[in-house]
Design a protein around this ligand. Structure first.
Ligand code: NI
Length: 256
């Protein structure tokens, strides 16, 4: 069984000098699928270039990242809509709410997120949701929308058991990344109470590298480090983690 990195921004300039090598390292580490969440109109060309170069391995999503929701958000939405009808995407993302970097556009962020939920329904795609300092806001929107046919991932989840249960109740999987390897992270305790069938693995490369690479550039070949930590915490084998998280991701993104 192979690994899937369900969240990597491999098209960013941090990989400009060695992108091909980073993809090769990932493949050598048995990370055979890398899901690419979009950021905004400026990242689409690079993302699709990579997806076209590795059509079996690098799979694109389309969406507007909450930290890119600015005064021109209507124009950005129009670009997302143009693209979604132009080619195959595997998810709507990265979307959601970020109240850590930008509170000024909170109203616009909410509008864009609700719009992306509609897009996901229309196109029968999962949504990859960014929840930085906004877990309650995101849950409230999912509650309002009351759409049981929505599925997706709470990206970079690191909340309480109760929050994990809420996310799962609304049809979401939890994205586990490098943070799970950080010392004294509260997600380590939460993880003990969450069933494997709700978990997927992600790097969020180039950000949030797992131990022992913490503080350095992250890359998809580090997914096995994250998986091993999940196995250690849950007291199960690496193979069990690999198999379960890959099957979860395959189902979610309809890869098979
Ligand atoms: Ni991201």
């Amino acid at each position: 069984m192979y690994f899937i990195d369900t969240h990597t921004h491999l098209y960013l300039e941090e990989f400009a000098h060695d992108r091909q090598q980073v993809v090769n390292s990932a493949l050598a580490a048995n990370v055979q699928k890398m899901m690419l969440p979009n950021i905004d109109s400026s990242s689409i060309d690079g993302m699709l270039g990579l997806a076209d170069q590795y059509p079996d391995n690098c799979l694109p999503m389309i969406g507007l990242h909450p930290t890119s929701v600015k005064d021109d958000y209507l124009n950005e939405i129009a670009i997302v809509e143009k693209w979604i009808n132009a080619r195959k995407f595997y998810a709507i993302g990265e979307c959601g709410i970020d109240l850590y970097w930008d509170k000024e556009h909170a109203v616009q962020q909410e509008f864009v997120f609700r719009h992306h939920i509609d897009l996901a329904r229309t196109h029968n795609l999962p949504i990859v949701v960014h929840i930085r300092d906004s877990f309650n806001e995101v849950i409230q929107i999912l509650k309002d929308e009351n759409k049981s046919d929505i599925r997706g991932i709470f990206h970079c989840f690191s909340g309480s058991v109760e929050q994990a249960e809420q996310a799962i109740k609304y049809g979401f999987s939890l994205g586990l990344g490098g943070v799970i390897t950080f010392k004294n992270n509260k997600m380590q305790e939460t993880l003990k109470h969450v069933d494997l069938r709700h978990l997927v693995l992600e790097t969020d490369a180039p950000f949030l590298a797992p131990v022992p690479y913490r503080g350095k550039r992250n890359e998809p070949s580090y997914i096995p480090n994250i998986a091993q930590m999940v196995a250690n915490i849950k007291g199960i084998t690496l193979d069990q983690v690999t198999e379960a998280t890959t099957i979860n991701a395959e189902k979610l993104f309809q890869l098979t």
